[in-house]
Design a protein around this ligand. Structure first.
Ligand SMILES: C[S@@+](CC[C@H](N)C(=O)[O-])C[C@H]1O[C@@H](n2cnc3c(N)ncnc32)[C@H](O)[C@@H]1O
Length: 412
């Protein structure tokens, strides 16, 4: 009875309280580390920049607020999750008096940047979609951020007449680095971009050193894809003999679908690695390790409505995978008995060289466990397309339209 009365008379939670809770959570998770970004998050009323969402949803630390969807219900624009905004602002190292370009305009993040650069700074936000820029412009104006310049246009060309920028924050998933982003960045300036390399997206903070960009920090993230001139579609290789399996190649496609013609008819080889992952333990650097080590690295998605039993991945939507000759394999896991949520990693492979491929992938998983697990992860560098091989350093080179990206692994 007492509880019911208390619940009935307790005042509703205020936006300020929700904002405080959001900030506490972001500090706890390690996404928010600097007093400057904290002060900006505390000051700007996120819920007033996300009128599309109920109050509590606006302050949910890990949720984006979708502001525009396609006719098929796919998100085209959003105000990103506070977690992602916080760590990208930290990655950008944005401070007083800086000149900053934000690519992708939700309004709220531009207001945070305006708080960070202060009155002597300069903020430009651009979006390809006029509905998005109209919305951002209106909300920024309503809240007194009249100094933020909102521009409608394709990020592929950047904004030369507002350059050079001390920081460029790209907030749509990019497959390549537009030359304009490097050229419009001041020497030593930072480009923070959710970049897809071999199908894996990471928010990477790059520092400009002449014509090269060198990574400084790397974080896991997800974003709506870039549209316009630099839009890029993943290629899907469908092994014949079943409609169930899609092997996704985001950069070069290894092999021909017909190479895998008979793979699904062979018995599945299963190998276990002895490498275990505890509940909630990250293994994002394993993904990048396999993407570096395996020439035929790809990702695999399996149709949920077909279950032929040919493959049995632990994750049907996204598995690390590889193709070699007329065989393919994927990484899976099995629960450890008596362990609360822990798993052991394994490899399944099909095709005439399945056993060799499974063993090769398993060996790389073991070497990651021995040499890199818990380490800082790889470094990335971006060179202009056309840079000669002997000018590149790194263990894997990924060729894009405008750039050559290298991945190297410092000794952990
Ligand atoms: C995740 S939303 C931006 C979020 C925003 N920065 C925030 O949280 O406040 C991504 C935006 O990128 C935009 N976008 C996609 N491709 C673009 C391009 N080529 N040039 C400029 N904007 C683009 C989309 O229209 C979309 O509004």
């Amino acid at each position: 009875m007492t509880n019911t009365v208390e619940a009935a008379i307790s005042p509703e939670i205020t936006p300020e309280q929700l904002r405080g809770q959001m900030i506490s959570e972001l500090k706890r998770s390690g996404d928010l580390t600097s007093p400057a970004v904290e002060a900006a998050l505390r000051k700007v009323p996120r819920h007033e920049f996300t009128p599309e969402a109920p109050l509590e949803r606006a302050y949910a630390a890990y949720d984006a607020v979708v502001t525009k969807s396609s006719e098929h219900g796919v998100a085209m624009s959003s105000v990103s999750a506070p977690q992602i905004q916080a760590f990208m602002l930290e990655q950008g190292g944005i401070g007083p008096s800086m000149r900053v370009l934000e690519i992708g305009s939700g309004g709220y993040n531009a207001a945070l940047i305006a708080e960070l650069v202060g009155e002597d700074g300069q903020v430009t936000t651009m979006d390809i979609d006029p509905d998005v820029t109209e919305r951002a412009q209106r909300l920024l104006k309503q809240h007194g951020y009249t100094g933020v310049q909102v521009v409608t246009g394709d990020a592929a060309v950047g904004i030369a007449d507002r350059a050079p920028f001390d920081a460029i924050l790209v907030t749509a998933g990019a497959w390549d680095i537009a030359p304009a982003w490097r050229d419009q960045l001041a020497e030593g300036g930072r480009l923070v971009v959710p970049l897809r390399v071999r199908g894996l997206t990471r928010s990477i903070a790059f520092v400009r050193r002449g014509s090269r960009l060198e990574s400084e920090s790397v974080r896991v993230c997800g974003f709506v894809p870039m549209q316009g001139e630099d839009e890029h579609h993943t290629q899907v290789l469908l092994p014949t003999g079943t409609e169930e399996i899609g092997l996704k190649f985001d950069d070069e496609v290894m092999g021909d679908p017909s190479d895998l013609d008979n793979a699904v008819k062979t018995p599945r080889v299963e190998t276990w690695t002895g490498v275990t992952i505890g509940r909630q333990q990250p293994f994002d650097t394993l993904q990048l390790w396999l993407a570096t080590k395996l020439d035929g690295f790809c990702t695999m998605a399996v149709r949920d409505d077909l279950d032929t039993g040919i493959v049995a991945p632990a994750n049907k939507w996204f598995s690390m995978a590889a193709v070699a000759g007329n065989s393919f394999g994927y990484v899976t896991w099995r629960r450890l008995e008596g362990d609360d949520g822990g798993v052991e990693l394994g490899v399944h492979a099909l095709g005439t060289q399945a056993a060799e491929l499974a063993e090769q992938v398993a060996d790389h998983i073991r070497s990651w466990d021995r040499e890199q697990r818990g380490g800082p992860g790889p470094a990335f560098a971006v060179y202009p397309a056309g840079t000669e091989d002997d000018q590149l350093s790194g263990e894997r080179v990924v060729n894009k339209r405008n750039s050559r990206i290298t991945i190297s692994w410092p000794a952990a």
